[in-house]
Design a protein around this ligand. Structure first.
Ligand code: ADP
Ligand code: SF4
Ligand code: MG
Length: 323
């Protein structure tokens, strides 16, 4: 098992109260697996991605365990995590493109980054050039400033940097969202290529746009309001989802390969709940067409098929009725 996350709870401390952005999240990613993480904007995807790599205030670890390749990660100890970043787990954060230091040429920037880890730029240069070639970038980008690159080129540079030390797990947060459709496809294919070439062992691809996951994910985890509601093989989640939220989410896809803006889904009435004082029981209850009294307690995530788990009382009753 590459990554194992057990009952993870991460809250943001704010003046208004604690934002329960991750409230009991469990899942696993197998060696060689690309897991897609999807759900509406604000459901906690970036918080999950960040928590595993750099959990910093106002985030607070409230509970849970994260294991990478069988070793427990000290996710709430920023210093201790240095040993794991870029070699164990690496992230391409949301908005990474705009985070490239504009005053540094790409090569210099990479040199500094490697230097901070005691790694010689010269020794790594041949491999760096290989990787640039792999993502279709000329060697010359090393002598260029970020402003001289297009959005798609910058995204590829960030991908090359974050995978240069062959991390076991790569987390990519909305890396295709700011790109046009054809560049999106190219970047998605590169991610698969990184896995196929075993540059990274496994991957978590975060997106609010499920359609991109049709193309690349082996498995998909759907989150709602800080909690997992359904997970399973990509084929099952996209073609035979069981949770009412997933059904609406997947059913509201305009067309495979076409992205919609990061907005509440038009196909699902209402908005996700606030996470300072979320509804008790099933958090989807206020929007769910099937809600009833039983939904006032939180439904557990239960495996109903091969690797397919759902957190919903209605589904559980249907399963019970079948046996
Ligand atoms: N720095 C922060 N301080 C307080 N609340 C935050 C902060 N960042 C995110 N949140 C809240 O945490 C929840 C999850 O956010 P996020 O993980 O960014 O969602 P997603 O990536 O799925 O859009 C949201 O309710 C958001 O408002
Ligand atoms: S547990 Fe109840 S409210 Fe939640 S999704 Fe299932 S039927 Fe709807
Ligand atoms: Mg996000």
């Amino acid at each position: 098992m590459s990554l194992r996350v057990e009952d993870l709870r991460v809250y943001y401390q704010t003046l208004e109260g604690e934002v329960k952005a991750l409230d009991g999240v469990s899942f696993a990613i197998a060696d060689g697996e690309i897991m897609g993480l999807a759900g509406e904007s604000g459901c906690g995807k970036s918080t999950l991605a960040q928590s595993i790599v750099r959990l910093v205030p106002p985030m607070k670890l409230v509970g849970g365990v994260v294991e990478l390749d069988g070793e427990k990660l000290p996710i709430d100890d920023f210093e201790a995590m240095n040993r794991h970043r870029m070699v164990g787990v690496s992230i391409v954060p949301q908005y990474a493109m705009s985070a490239l230091n504009p005053t540094r040429k790409i090569g210099k920037l990479i040199k500094e980054l490697l230097g901070a880890r005691g790694i010689s730029y010269r020794a790594k240069l041949p491999e760096l050039e290989n990787r640039l070639q792999l993502v279709g970038l000329p060697r010359e980008v090393l002598d260029m400033y970020p402003i001289e690159l297009s959005g798609g080129m910058k995204q590829r540079v960030v991908m090359v940097i974050s995978t240069l030390l062959d991390p076991s797990l790569l987390i990519a947060d909305e890396i295709t969202s700011a790109l046009d459709v054809s560049t999106q496809r190219a970047v998605a294919e590169m991610l698969v290529d990184f896995r196929d070439r075993e540059i990274v062992k496994s991957m978590m691809v975060v997106t609010h746009d499920v359609s991109i996951l049709y193309q690349i994910a082996d498995s998909i985890l759907i989150m709602y309001a800080g909690q997992p509601v359904e997970s399973g093989p990509a084929e099952v989640i996209t073609h035979a989802p069981r949770h009412p939220y997933t059904q609406l989410l997947v059913g509201s896809l305009p067309q495979v390969g076409v992205r919609y803006d990061e907005q509440p889904l038009s196909g699902i009435a209402g908005n996700p709940p606030g996470l300072i004082d979320p509804p008790s029981g099933c958090r989807f209850r206020p929007r769910c067409p099937f809600a009833s009294e039983r939904c006032e307690s939180r439904p557990p995530l239960v495996e109903i098929g091969d690797g397919h788990s759902v957190a919903c009382w209605k589904v559980m009753e249907e399963e019970d009725a079948r046996v």
